[in-house]
Write a protein that binds this ligand. Structure first.
Ligand SMILES: NC(=O)c1ccc[n+]([C@@H]2O[C@H](COP(=O)([O-])OP(=O)(O)OC[C@H]3O[C@@H](n4cnc5c(N)ncnc54)[C@H](O)[C@@H]3O)[C@@H](O)[C@H]2O)c1
Length: 315
């Protein structure tokens, strides 16, 4: 038991990846607050109480767990969640931010509410929880924060709210790491791939099939994507990042799924241009040098679309 004596809050801990991480932390001896209001995939209210089920499962296996049904998007309730952990188990040592909802739509069709809801749960929710937890963690000189980002941070179709939130989680993680390292706190992010009710939908399967049929992905890529991979393949890495000995890993982002883990490195300088003298790059300088010097060797995010094609697409 490598986390004996530690107390954790796992948001979104009633289902999917949060549940798998909560069970793994408990298996390693941590006492866990399982937070989950039991919302639908898009955040709609339901009568389900998955947090109770996971807490009961842990207790039945001989561990310590309590349930919490509040939303991470509520700043005050987030503070109460942290306090619940301290009241129940004496401290808060570990915070796992796994709560999540999706509201998919192209940006021109997306409503303000759809944008705000996704940012509110993923990004603001992480900030809410981290803000309250860190106030305690810094006093005790120890803390571990693991937040679920996503490869969607790279940009994705029909999920600009989600992509923005997940990219924000990486920036927030790196900022927390810089601000709190001196208090013995680490913050890291995971970009998982796992079959959960968020991802294993008929729409996602149909979309992959469409990509295969239109040649956007190979048969091998399709087969790999369709292979079953549960959230239990994500959980051990989250638990590892919570160990005392993982103090040297701070501000990092990992991709994780069944059979593969990789790191990302962000923010390194690639190509640079320098202007001696007055330091002012004129429009003419940029027209001449930017495409061939600054963008040299940088792969485009999307293919160039010519004006006549673009007019047809939007008509
Ligand atoms: N499954 C994947 O492949 C995948 C990929 C990339 C990122 N992620 C991220 O991992 C995290 C977990 O996703 P999952 O696949 O397990 O999804 P899931 O839908 O199975 O579980 C998410 C849980 O969060 C809870 N939740 C929703 N809103 C909440 C709120 N306001 N407060 C507290 N809890 C709330 C839901 O009730 C649900 O039980 C999410 O942040 C998701 O964006 C998942």
């Amino acid at each position: 038991m490598k986390l004996k004596g530690k107390a954790a809050v796992v948001t979104g801990g009633g289902r999917g990846i949060g549940r798998a991480i909560a069970l793994e932390l408990a298996r390693q001896g941590a006492a866990v607050v399982i937070n989950d209001p039991g919302l639908g995939r898009s955040g709609e209210l339901t009568t389900e109480r998955p947090a109770d089920e996971v807490a009961a499962e842990i207790v039945q296996a001989g561990g310590r767990a309590v349930a919490n049904h509040e939303s991470v998007a509520d700043h005050q309730k987030a503070g109460q969640m942290v306090q619940q952990c301290i009241d129940s188990f004496g401290s808060i040592d570990i915070l796992i931010n796994s709560a999540g909802v999706v509201r998919e739509r192209m940006i021109w069709n997306m409503t303000e509410d759809e944008f705000d809801t996704v940012i509110g749960v993923h990004l603001k929710g992480m900030w809410n929880m981290s803000h309250h937890a860190i106030r305690h963690m810094r006093k005790q000189g120890f803390g571990r924060i693991v937040s679920l980002s996503s490869d969607a941070f790279k940009g994705t179709f029909g999920q600009c709210n989600y992509a923005a939130a997940k990219a924000g989680i990486i920036g927030l993680t790196r900022s927390i790491a810089k601000e709190t390292a001196k208090f013995g706190i680490t913050a890291n992010a995971l970009c998982p791939v796992a079959d959960t009710r968020m991802t294993a939908t008929p729409e996602v399967a149909a979309n992959r099939k469409r990509k295969l049929e239109s040649g956007l992905i190979t048969q091998a890529q399709y087969d790999a994507a369709m292979q079953a991979k549960g959230p239990e393949y994500v959980a051990p890495l989250a638990a590892y990042l919570c160990l005392d000995d993982a103090d040297f890993i701070n501000g990092q982002t990992f991709h994780v799924e069944k059979g593969v883990i990789n790191t990302y490195y962000f923010g390194e300088d690639r190509n640079s241009m320098f202007k001696v003298g007055d330091g002012l790059f004129t429009l003419e300088d940029l027209e001449e040098c930017l495409p061939r010097a600054l963008l040299n060797g940088i792969p485009p995010i999307v293919p160039v679309v010519k004006r006549d094609q673009a007019q047809k697409a939007g008509a």
